[in-house]
Design a protein around this ligand. Structure first.
Ligand code: F3S
Length: 296
């Protein structure tokens, strides 16, 4: 019999829970009256976006795809300043579900930009959160995501913020390189605590188990980071997007199996994964795991 352990802080973070609740409330409020959209998928999880579609919430890629009187929800990743202007121009109704922690970065960047500071965002230039942050300094930020890119930065004064889902170590390595390059930095470590604690719990668990299962959407950057950490500390690490990905044959002989889930992973997918492993864990273990999930 194997023992399964779930990393603490697995599953939906505060910002994602809040965005889903706001979207469900909005769908209910405007049902049959106005079309409700999210600009881009609300979270990187198909189970959730399919459920929202059933409630009538459709996805558009650009604000221009909405018409006057439609309702458009800004997801937890946030948007650039221009998005709010477009909402006014098109006159659609805006529901802002930007995570308050991301909103804080927007404010920091906007104030620094108006004070004439040069901004560096440490993060993935293609990620919607980073694109949104850059939109609060008229897309003038320098975006870097590696020590090699930091190496190319010219000496000078910079105001630095980070994508909320970065690994702390990665952020610190880039900061050290910038300092080496004689950059004078005003550092704002804007990595979200939910991210930090999720990554630390995942890392601790990966070190003590024989196999690690990371449950999340392929597009979810924070789930991907949990997987990267798991691979580093555990020989057998698997990324599970849906139940078909569960490598039952590979893990059935393991004594200890760890489970971690990204901030956009619904609880019921975590439960489904556990239920599918019920054959080789004790009933007691399964009951405790389900109980822990309910408590979160
Ligand atoms: Fe917000 Fe942190 Fe989640 S920034 S969306 S609470 S990972």
């Amino acid at each position: 019999m194997a023992e399964i352990k779930i990393a603490e802080n697995s599953g939906f973070c505060f910002g994602v829970k809040r965005a889903i609740e706001m979207t469900c409330e909005t769908a209910e409020k405007f049902k049959g009256d106005r079309q409700v959209y999210t600009c881009g998928p609300l979270i990187h999880n198909k189970l959730v976006t399919d459920e929202l579609l059933e409630k009538g919430v459709k996805i558009i890629e650009n604000p221009e795809d909405a018409s006057k009187d439609d309702v458009v929800i800004i997801r937890s990743h946030g948007e650039g300043k221009n998005f709010y202007k477009q909402a006014e121009n098109i006159a659609f109704h805006l529901v802002d579900a930007t995570c308050p922690f991301v909103k804080k970065i927007h404010k920091l960047v906007e104030v620094a930009f108006h004070a004439g500071e040069k901004i560096i965002i440490i993060g993935d230039s293609g990620h919607p959160e980073v694109i949104g942050i850059n939109g609060w300094c008229e897309n003038s930020a320098i975006i870097i995501n590696s020590v090699e890119e930091a190496e190319k930065i010219n000496p000078g004064d910079y105001f630095v913020v980070s994508q909320t889902t970065l690994q702390k170590k990665h952020f610190e390595e880039i900061i050290s390189k910038l300092k080496e390059k004689n950059c004078k930095l005003s550092i704002n470590n804007t990595i979200c605590n939910a991210t930090n604690s999720r990554q630390e719990s995942c890392m601790r668990l990966a070190k003590e188990v024989d196999a690690m299962l990371v449950i999340g959407g392929r597009e979810s950057s924070n789930s991907q980071k949990l997987y990267d950490l798991s691979k580093k500390y555990c020989e057998k690490a698997y990324f599970i997007e849906n139940i078909e990905d569960l490598p039952l044959k590979d893990i059935e002989l393991c004594n200890k199996i760890g489970v971690a889930a990204g901030a956009s992973t619904p609880e019921r997918l975590i439960k489904e994964v556990i239920a599918n492993m019920s054959e080789f864990i004790t009933e007691n273990n399964e009951e405790n795991l389900m109980h822990d999930l309910m408590d979160e």
